[in-house]
Design a protein around this ligand. Structure first.
Ligand SMILES: [Zn+2]
Length: 452
């Protein structure tokens, strides 16, 4: 029997309007006029609540297998479901083994079995020396690859230089799969760090951490990536752009047709360096959260279409690593921010106050990331033939994020206490209710979206 999802405010690919989404089995059968109900359909009438596509988050560190005490498929995907995220793409590092060959991918698939509350997919890893393993990962169905241009923090995930990048891009040429790159290079970081050390800068001050990861590290890395994407005509994706100083260069390259895309993260939009207290290592991430003017430029760039999408870079760890025994020292704390499931209402509050529309939110958090992962035929928007991944969003609710809203493994996040706008009331995965009013339904039935 078909199901009908009706609302005065459905976020269709043509905009927010009264409509009825008809679902048969796991797929959307049609998107119709509000009063055009098929006979015999079960009606879910949401009146004024927003009916929108399930979000797609292409930057998540699930850490399983190998570091399940940091996070895991069960807890990460529950957090996702509660936050309206119906598809995750998992990063190839922080898990053991790192996803740098096909055997490691099989280990990840085995670990995920029966534990995922939402759909997921995998990025493969590019590290120094694994170019010959890339075709195997392509054949095994990864959605693209990820690498670092600076130390990743994980010993088993070696960073790459220009030669390694060229080797990898040659292997990926023709697959059209994107290479996602952590775009910071070592030299500006090393010289800033040496200077701070000579000045005996306080490692517990946020300003020390910020100064140690200068804009130049991002700008120089992105200049090289633009050059390589242009020369080799191979798609490159810049992950977690923090520095607005790289924007003009990126925009110029994109105008010339260089295949380069770019994401920023919710934490660069919700926080500014001036608000971060010293010793607050819960905010530590790389590249770092920069000042308020930089944040406004990132928001403007999203509006102008110069940044494609917003992701979480959800990267948790156990509390003792985020707050090591020498408490408040940014050098010792693990870098990474836990945020899965919180970012729609947190970012919506920031954007709503600046006059942004929900259509833009859906583009940045659903359709654009779906496209990056090659999932645009099935995910990221409400259209005939798409998976029936549906979120019911009460967009005007004002509230404050508290510990019970943190559904991931460790209740540790800079989003705690942050004011948010809008709440996810229901999440549906491929036609079945997963989450409603704080409760999870059914069993984990998420499926890996393997590239055919
Ligand atoms: Zn990351």
């Amino acid at each position: 029997m078909p199901q009908a999802f009706r609302s005065e405010r459905v976020l269709t690919p043509d905009g927010l309007r009264p409509a009825t989404v008809v679902v048969e089995g796991e797929r959307i059968a049609s998107v119709r006029a509000w009063d055009d109900l098929p006979t015999g359909a079960t009606l879910n009438d949401y009146e004024q609540l927003v009916v929108m596509p399930g979000l797609v988050d292409t930057h998540v560190h699930i850490n399983e297998p190998g570091r399940t005490e940091w996070e895991g498929f069960e807890t990460a995907t529950r957090a996702a479901a509660a936050g309206g995220v119906t598809t995750l793409v998992d990063m190839p590092l922080n898990c053991i083994p790192e996803t740098i060959d096909a055997e490691a991918l099989e280990a990840k698939r085995a670990a995920a079995k029966g534990k995922t509350w939402v759909d997921w997919a995998a990025w493969g890893g590019v590290v120094r020396g694994n170019a010959d393993s890339l075709p195997g990962l392509v054949a095994a169905g990864v959605r693209g690859f990820k690498c670092f241009m600076i130390h990743s923090g994980i010993e088993g995930f070696a960073w790459v230089d220009e030669n390694d990048l060229r080797l990898a891009l040659e292997k990926l040429r023709g697959t059209r799969l994107p290479l996602l790159v952590h775009a910071e290079i070592a030299e500006p970081v090393e010289s800033a760090t040496a200077r701070l050390h000579a000045e005996r800068a306080d490692p517990c001050a946020y300003s020390t951490w910020l100064t140690s990861r200068p804009d130049a590290a991002e700008v120089d890395a992105i200049a090289l990536l633009i050059h390589l994407a242009e020369e080799l005509s191979t798609p490159i994706h810049v992950v977690h752009l923090s520095s607005a100083k790289a924007l003009s260069m990126l925009t110029g390259a994109r105008e010339r047709g260089v295949p380069i895309t770019v994401e920023t993260c919710a934490h660069y939009l919700c926080f500014t360096s001036g608000q971060i207290p010293d010793e607050a290592t819960v905010f530590k991430c790389a590249p770092p959260i920069r000042d308020a003017a930089n944040r406004e430029r990132l928001i403007e760039a999203l509006g102008a279409g110069d940044i494609d999408m917003i992701v979480t870079d959800h990267s948790p760890c156990p509390p003792e690593m985020k707050f090591p025994p020498d408490e408040g020292n940014f050098n010792l704390a693990w870098g990474g921010i836990a945020s899965l499931g919180l970012t729609l209402p947190a970012v919506w509050r920031v954007m709503h106050s600046r006059g942004v529309k929900l259509e833009s939110m859906a583009k940045w958090m659903a359709s654009a990331p779906a496209k990056l992962a090659g999932l645009e035929g099935r995910k990221g928007a409400l259209f005939t033939g798409a998976d029936a991944d549906i979120v019911v969003f009460e967009d005007a609710a004002e509230w404050t994020i508290s510990e019970s809203d943190l559904r991931f493994r460790h209740k540790l996040s800079p989003y705690l206490g942050l004011k948010a706008r809008g709440q996810v009331r229901e999440t549906w995965l491929r036609g079945e209710l997963v989450f409603s009013a704080g409760t999870f339904f059914g069993a984990p039935r998420g499926v890996e979206q393997v590239r055919a």
